[in-house]
Design a protein around this ligand. Structure first.
Ligand code: FES
Ligand code: FES
Length: 154
């Protein structure tokens, strides 16, 4: 299966109907993508497919052939976080390791697609990414700041 993974063309040997989530974790060694519900409800398995957030637990790998897939590993690394990851840290929006990767990827897509500095719109865009234990306000704050920073950059 040929596709572009985090900016690099890959050719992965996997059964066509294997879930993208499992291919990323098992064949590609990218364990930042998490499995929560396994049913398309929680967003823990979010990746960007051609720039848009999708639930990788619902996608057979054959569907990404020829497409662009981005995982949390493409956003930054522990020593070199992306500006959005820095904002998550600064606002306290970084929560647990299960929900945060998907939250960051969805937030990234919101900012990059020209999302507005509107808390309701941000909450609505992030509605597919669930946290079952704390709140969303700090995440919304991080995204608001990211949108404003992007505007300033033009
Ligand atoms: Fe995919 Fe929950 S694990 S949406
Ligand atoms: Fe991650 Fe609640 S699910 S902090």
């Amino acid at each position: 299966m040929k596709f572009v993974l985090n900016g690099t063309p890959v050719d992965v040997a996997a059964p066509p109907l294997k879930r993208l989530l499992d291919v990323l974790r098992e064949e590609c060694g990218l364990t930042g993508t998490k499995e929560g519900c396994g049913e398309g409800e929680c967003g823990a398995c979010t990746v960007l497919l051609d720039g848009a957030p999708v639930n990788s637990c619902l996608i057979p790998v054959c569907q990404v052939e020829g497409h662009d897939v981005r995982t949390i590993e493409s956003m930054g690394s522990p020593g070199a976080l992306s500006p959005l990851q820095e904002l998550f840290l600064e606002t306290g929006g970084t929560q647990c390791g299960m929900c945060t990767p998907g939250m960051v990827l969805t937030a990234h897509a919101y900012v990059e697609s020209g999302g507005q500095a509107d808390p309701d719109a941000i909450r609505s865009y992030l509605a597919g990414n669930l946290c079952r234990c704390t709140g969303y306000q700090h995440i919304v704050d991080a995204v608001l700041r990211a949108v404003k920073a992007r505007r300033k950059k033009g």
